[in-house]
Design a protein around this ligand. Structure first.
Ligand code: HPA
Length: 271
């Protein structure tokens, strides 16, 4: 079955479930999924019910889609994303973005938990993603290109929409929220990086490192979607603090979730 045919089946199932027009797709990272609980008139669909949808294996990811209204916008939120390190193909990791595009979303907001590489960052900082470096060793667009889905050679010059970034900065300033800015570098994981890899990342121009986001943003650009990306710096990257662990990642997202949710909601209202 072609990607197009799968998408038609997934989209018609979702329409039957009550998912109608969508403005924004939301991809909520580790510990940031609570935002979906604030969606009004919510239609909630478990991933395992959805035809052609993969199932998330990460602890702390709810594994459901939530459709409804947030800040006056129609949103389809992914509460728990798919990672390359789970063993999914890049096509599977990005299938939800394809679904959002197939359901006529015009934009996505991607969020993630990541490690701070920039020495001026602290755990708990929020970072507006200005650009990305694909260091995952794969690209979701490798393979035959279905021309109607997007171009063979997408232009990544402005992957993260400049107007959206400006709006997010204005919102942060207005609400007194501290917002850093920087380049997100995607590694495959599941190991955290070594101190030498972090030294390399910084030398190459990265401000933060993580194990997600990069493939989804590539597919969003391929699909003609505008992108806003916000990272939560949950820890300093390897070599910049004694040890790394997932518990700290979860604790930090827990600590900053109020601020994070406010930033996304207020920005969404302004877009
Ligand atoms: N590295 C990669 N991914 C992460 C990190 C990190 O330090 N923190 C949270 N996700």
């Amino acid at each position: 079955m072609s990607l197009k045919e799968k998408l038609v089946e997934t989209a018609s199932f979702m329409k039957e479930k009550g998912v109608k027009e969508i403005d924004f797709g939301l991809i909520l990272g580790s510990g940031l999924g609570e935002l979906a609980d604030e969606i009004e008139d919510a239609v909630v669909i478990s991933y395992h019910e959805i035809p052609h949808f993969p199932v998330s294996t990460v602890v702390g990811h709810a594994g459901q889609l939530v459709y409804g209204t947030l800040s006056g916008k129609k949103v389809l939120a992914l509460q728990g994303r798919f990672h390359y390190y789970e063993g999914h193909s890049m096509q599977t990791v990005t299938y939800p973005v394809r679904v959002m595009a197939a359901m006529k979303a015009h934009s996505i907001i991607v969020t993630n938990a990541c490690g701070g590489v920039n020495t001026t960052f602290s755990p708990g900082d929020l970072m507006l993603i200005t650009d990305q470096i694909n260091f995952m060793g794969a690209n979701p667009l490798i393979g035959a290109n279905e021309e109607e889905m997007g171009p063979r050679f997408p232009d990544m010059s402005q992957a993260y929409n400049g107007d959206y970034r400006n709006k997010a900065k204005e919102v942060a300033e207005k609400h007194g929220l501290h917002l850093k800015e920087g380049v997100y570098m995607g590694f495959s994981g599941p190991t955290y990086e070594t101190p030498a890899e972090i030294h390399m990342a910084r030398t190459l121009g990265a401000d933060a490192v993580g194990m997600s986001t990069v493939p989804e943003v590539i597919v969003a650009v391929h699909s003609g979607l505008k992108v806003l990306g916000i990272s939560c710096i949950t820890n300093l990257a390897a070599g910049m603090q004694a040890t790394l662990n997932h518990e700290e990642v979860v604790e930090t997202t827990e600590r900053v979730k109020t601020e994070f949710k406010a930033l996304v909601k207020e920005t969404l209202a302004a877009l």
